[in-house]
Every structure is written in structure tokens, then in C-alpha cells.
Design a binder for this molecule. Structure first.
Ligand SMILES: Cc1ncc(COP(=O)(O)O)c(C=O)c1O
Length: 438
């Protein structure tokens, strides 16, 4: 296996990676099966991150692999503009069986970032289609992650993702994030912070509701380090947006497809938005695909005028690509046949107890969890933020578990097929790592 490794790593400019550091000491993965990766030096590495929050059914699942192989031999590509193919429709019908009631239209993209851009554009165009084209303002949230394209980083709230890239979109505002110190060590949804949604009222008072097109939030903020919505917060956002004709967009790129034990976070938290984005678990991460789910009211607002005219001037060459659609259908089959969303819900209490057993490990300042996701936040090394968690990440990989870090937060989100023994292994190894890197 080592023979087949590249001997020059220079040509590839790696995404969201410390390139020079990586290339000096590379971590290469060469195979994957179920809960494990194989590293280039032949070790089995327990996947604590479902790849990058996406391989919810685990790796190299036969049904998905076979569906892709079959489809790529049958019809590799079909143009999605003014043409169609059955699988894209079949997948859309399967998806709306899983979405909250009322979100029954699907627009395909190729990634979470594109799903976000698409949702923002649909929101703007929807208001215009209804004669309220002055509603152009978009509201995101501090610490929000909505991918890396210009709309997404504009409504996003992560400094490093924004500061190098110019003036971004105009007319964007941000709600405060929901990470409050009094919620430390909470199991599940925190008690404090529903009132933070009321800041939207202040923005409405400042800008006028009739200038605001949409509010976009992650129902559970993943990439910033697993920030859970305080009890009552999402409902309050829903009430305020509905009252003022503002669309509510849930970015469910991470939370979609069972991460919290329901198909989507919308169902888990009991709040239905007007638009919802998804990607990642839609195809188990195997083939790039994203989607926006829209309510009937939004979709129908476009279905006017002469019927030979295009209603929405937006789409991608690979929207609903047949191979991706085949992967999506096989992925949904796998989730259903193996009851994986229910499995995540059933494992959640065990997961919670296991994670919170780390409360006394060195430098742990907070632990939070919901469904099959969790975070262990570490005290930063004085003057060297991110270094402690990065060290833990490297040591964890050496010891056979894959975790993810953001700042000094360790985020864990295993495939939903994880066993209780593997949860124990993950947590015990993490404890050793924290002891060793203390
Ligand atoms: C909430 C959210 N939105 C959007 C994205 C961007 O997805 P992608 O990397 O597929 O563009 C991510 C990726 O992690 C995400 O977590």
C-alpha cells in the first residue's frame, strides 16, 4: 500500500488545511469500511466524524456502491436544464417523505455551500415575485457557518472565513450567537438564551421588517463547535419571522439525515422553516450533492406567467446528476432499511453519558451534546489558541481515532452505525489523548 503513495504533495493546494504542516507530516487515508478508515501505514482508524459530518451510514456501504456502479454504466449524465431523468424525480419524491410537512419541493445543488446560495437567491426572488422586491436584507448569526461562497460567508459569522474576502454582500446583519457561559456542561438543549432571538425585533425596528428577506441559521451550529439552540429559541425565531413576513431558512447541511435522531433538526426541535438546505448525508458523502427544500407557498409564487418561460434563472450543470441521484436513493434505502435515524435516537443517551464522563479530563471546560453529536471544549493554551486541540487531533489520529477540531473545541459526530463498544473506545481513547497532551 505504501508503494502507491504519492511522492510529491506539492501540486495539491489543500482546502481548510495547514498545507505546510500537513505536507511535512502527512496523514493519508487509503481505504474505508463501515466505522473505520485505513491509514497509509496500514492502521485501522475509528471514524469519530463520519468523514466530515457526512458518512452517516458508515463507509463503502454495498447498496450505495452498487447503485453508483450500475447507474454510471447505464446513463452517466443527463442535462438538467429543460430535460430530466427519472431518478432525479424519484429521489425528490423520496426526500419529501422525510422533510417536515409543507417542505415539499426540492431544488438540487452539488454541495452545502451551493445549497445556501440557492436558498438565499430563492428567498430574494420569492419576495420579488410577490411584488416585495424591496426585501433584500439577509440576516445570519455570529459564529454561523454557511459554506464558503460569497452569500454564505456574508451571512456566516466566522471571522477567518470572512476577513480576507473583501466587502462581501451588502445589507447583511447578524444575530448574536447562542453560546452562553451559564449553559456549560448542559446535556442536550441548554436552558438559557431563548431571549437572544429577540434581537431580531431590534433589527426589525432598525431596518424595517419590509426590507428583510430572510433569516438563516443552523438549527444546531456544527462547524463552529457544536452550539445547541437554547430551549425556546428556534420557536421564537419562527414566531418573529412569521409575524413579519420574513422567511426562515434552516441550514441543515450537518443536521440533516439523522444526526440528531430525526430526519432533520426541524423535526427534532419541532420548528418548521420556510426553506431548508441539505447536502453531506444526502448521498452519505459518497457523491457530491446538495438540495434546498422549499415550501409550497414559495414554490408556487414562481409558477406564474406564460408557461414556456423559465421561472427561476438558477441551476447547476450537475443539479440532480443521475449518478448522484442513484447514490441518494440508495442512501435513503440504507437509512430506512437499517433504521439508522431511530438508531441514532436510541444511542443518544448512551452517547451523552459517555461524552460527559470526560468532564474531569485535563483542560476540559465544557461538554455539550445532542443526538449523535457532541463537543468537548478545551481551555486554550495562553497566547496560543487552537494549539491544544490541534495537538489532541494529531495524537488522536496516531492512537487510532479520527476527531475534528475547530478552535479549541473537539467535535465528534460518528456514523450512525456506531456500536456502544465503539463509543466506549472513542471516549476512552480521547481521555488518554487529553491526559497525554495535557
Ligand atoms: C451548516 C453548513 N452549511 C454549509 C456547509 C457547506 O457545505 P459544503 O462544504 O458541502 O459546501 C457546511 C459544511 O460543513 C455546513 O456545516
Amino acid at each position: 500500500m505504501l508503494d502507491s503513495l504519492p511522492n510529491n504533495l506539492d501540486a495539491l493546494w489543500m482546502p481548510f488545511t495547514a498545507n505546510r504542516q500537513f505536507k511535512a507530516d502527512p496523514r493519508l487515508l487509503t481505504a474505508a469500511k463501515d466505522m473505520h478508515y485505513t491509514s497509509a501505514d496500514g492502521r485501522q482508524v475509528l471514524d469519530g466524524t463520519a468523514g466530515l459530518w457526512c458518512c452517516n451510514a458508515g463507509h463503502c456501504r454495498p447498496k450505495i456502491t452498487e447503485a453508483i456502479q450500475r447507474q454510471v454504466a447505464e446513463m452517466d449524465y443527463a442535462p438538467p436544464f429543460q430535460m430530466g431523468h427519472p431518478l432525479a424525480f424519484e429521489l425528490a419524491n423520496r426526500l419529501i417523505e422525510l422533510t417536515p410537512d409543507g417542505l415539499d419541493h426540492v431544488f438540487y445543488t452539488n454541495s452545502g455551500s451551493e445549497a445556501v446560495e440557492t436558498a438565499l437567491k430563492i428567498a430574494l426572488a420569492y419576495h420579488r415575485a410577490r411584488g416585495e422586491g424591496q426585501r433584500t436584507r439577509l440576516i445570519g448569526r455570529e459564529r454561523g457557518y454557511h459554506g464558503v461562497n460569497f452569500g454564505g460567508i456574508s451571512v456566516g459569522g466566522i471571522l477567518n472565513n470572512r476577513k480576507a474576502f473583501g466587502s462581501l454582500l451588502a445589507g447583511v446583519d447578524h444575530l448574536p450567537h447562542t453560546h452562553l457561559p451559564e449553559n456549560r456542561m448542559t446535556r442536550g438543549q441548554p436552558e438559557h438564551g431563548a431571549h437572544l432571538a429577540d434581537d431580531l425585533e431590534r433589527m426589525i425596528a432598525l431596518h424595517g421588517a419590509d426590507t428583510i428577506a430572510a433569516v438563516i441559521v443552523e438549527p444546531m451550529a456544527g462547524s463552529t463547535g457544536v452550539l445547541l439552540p437554547p430551549k425556546g429559541y428556534l420557536k421564537r425565531l419562527r414566531d418573529i419571522t412569521a409575524q413579519h413576513g420574513i422567511l426562515l431558512i434552516f441550514d441543515e447541511v450537518i443536521t440533516g439525515f439523522g444526526r440528531l435522531g430525526s430526519p432533520f433538526a426541524a423535526q427534532h426541535y419541532g420548528v418548521t422553516p420556510d426553506l431548508m438546505t441539505a447536502a453531506k448525508g444526502l448521498t452519505n458523502g459518497v457523491i457530491p450533492m446538495g438540495a434546498v427544500f422549499a415550501s409550497g407557498a414559495i414554490h408556487d409564487a414562481f409558477m406564474h406567467g406564460p408557461d414556456h418561460l423559465i421561472e427561476l434563472f438558477h441551476g447547476y450543470t450537475y443539479s440532480g446528476n443521475p449518478v448522484a441521484a442513484a447514490a441518494g436513493i440508495a442512501t435513503l434505502d440504507t437509512y430506512r432499511e437499517e433504521g439508522l435515524f431511530e438508531r441514532a435516537a436510541a444511542l443518544a443517551p448512551y452517547w451523552q453519558n459517555a461524552l460527559h464522563s470526560l468532564a474531569d479530563a485535563p483542560h476540559v471546560v465544557d461538554i455539550r451534546n445532542d443526538g449523535l453529536v457532541g463537543a468537548v471544549e478545551l481551555e486554550p493554551i495562553a497566547g496560543e489558541p487552537t494549539k491544544r486541540a490541534y495537538r489532541a487531533f494529531v495524537r488522536a489520529f496516531e492512537k487510532g481515532i479520527l476527531i475534528r477540531t475547530t478552535g479549541d473545541i473537539i467535535a465528534i459526530s460518528p456514523p450512525l452505525i456506531i456500536s456502544t463498544e465503539q463509543i466506549d473506545e472513542l471516549v476512552a481513547t480521547l481521555r488518554d489523548v487529553l491526559l497525554e497532551t495535557a
